[in-house]
Design a binder for this molecule. Structure first.
Ligand SMILES: [Fe+2]
Ligand SMILES: [Fe+2]
Length: 353
């Protein structure tokens, strides 16, 4: 799944000086001004900013935070669905779910690697996640109570993630944009497998249909919250839009998602739990009901149903994986000792590189 969700992208720590593209505490000199002009021109021309290019510190900090939270969401997002791998109803469903959960681990790896190009290490980012200093998407703090939740997550949560993430393929920072191209292709399969799973349940027995409906009832509103606070309450979106990290506002993306989901729900034979959804002829879009932002804020504060469980399990997985990291580091060290390097002539290394 997953998700860079706007609830993460809008939590900027940048202050006013940073927002103006300056390092905090330093007056811009002429060289800085010239570099900033080059950066601004590249962004304006839709060129990609690459790791070695000069960039404002606030741009770098915003990207690190967004990419880290995106990466954290990918790996924490493995938990609610992995919960059902051992109980998948058939070998086919089990194989699909295992592949999906593995994809999410891969998405985390691409994104931690992309964040490393900005001068931060994966270790540092994981430490911040484990210490509660960086967030992951709130959606993963909800429980997966039945098998139908696997379908609802694929259809709605991966669906919302795609709506958020497709514009990130055009993000101004090259490594992030390129990672998103591959991620979006995989997310698209995730969404389709969820839809297909729900369709099978919806057309199954009465009890299966009811299970599918119940899952959609529980996941619909949290999925809408994935786009983050309404535009008028989202204070940092504007700078991200100017930098072309973010391309559309939270409300625009949420509306786009609703307009896609409504006909899909009809095709599934399921009802969205919002009596206010109706087509607005004048706007050419669907109207929908008010979101309970109090619930969103509570989950964000750590009071969601599974916040504690998710982070505890993540810390435990990290501790239990220590021997794998140690072994990998020992292996790498063994192959970069001076004796190994001198054993191979430089010419040979170049030819086989
Ligand atoms: Fe996914
Ligand atoms: Fe993902």
């Amino acid at each position: 799944m997953a998700a860079v969700t706007a609830d993460q992208t809008t939590q900027s720590t940048s202050g006013t000086a940073e927002a103006a593209g300056q390092a905090v505490g330093t007056a811009p000199d002429a060289a800085d001004a010239a570099r900033l002009a080059v950066f601004d021109a590249a962004v304006a021309a839709d060129d990609r900013i690459e790791p070695r290019d000069w960039m404002p510190e606030a741009y770098r900090a915003t990207l690190v935070r967004q990419m880290a939270q995106h990466a954290h969401s990918e790996i924490i997002g493995m938990q609610p669905e992995a919960n059902w791998i051992t109980r998948a109803p058939s070998l086919r469903r089990k194989a699909i779910l295992m592949a999906k959960v593995q994809d999410e681990a891969g998405h985390g790896l691409y994104l931690y690697s992309a964040a490393e190009t900005l001068g931060t290490s994966r270790e540092e980012l994981l430490d911040k996640l484990h210490a509660g200093r960086q967030r992951y998407s709130s959606i993963f703090n909800y429980p997966t109570l039945t098998w139908a939740d696997v379908g609802a997550i694929g259809w709605l949560v991966d669906g919302a993630a795609i709506t958020n993430q497709v514009p990130l393929c055009r993000c101004s920072y090259g490594p992030y944009a390129r990672a998103m191209v591959r991620i979006c292709k995989e997310e698209s399969f995730h969404q389709r497998q969820g839809y297909e799973l729900l369709l099978a349940l919806s057309r199954g027995t009465e009890a299966q249909h009811a299970m599918a409906q119940d899952a959609v009832d529980r996941w619909w509103w949290p999925s809408l919250m994935m786009f983050g606070p309404p535009d008028d309450a989202s204070s940092h979106s504007e700078q991200s839009m100017a930098w072309k990290i973010k391309r559309h506002s939270n409300d625009e993306l949420r509306q786009r998602f609703v307009d896609i989901a409504v006909p899909q729900a009809e095709a599934l034979g399921l009802t969205l739990p919002d009596p206010d959804i109706r087509w607005n002829e004048e706007r050419g879009q669907h109207d929908f009901g008010a979101i309970d932002w109090t619930e969103f804020q509570e989950v964000l504060k750590g009071n969601g149903p599974c916040n504690e469980q998710r982070i505890t399990q993540r810390r435990r997985a990290h501790e239990e994986g220590a021997w794998v990291r140690d072994a990998a580091a020992a292996y790498a060290a063994k192959h970069t000792t001076p004796s190994t390097r001198t054993a191979q002539p430089a010419q040979h290394v170049e030819e086989t590189a």
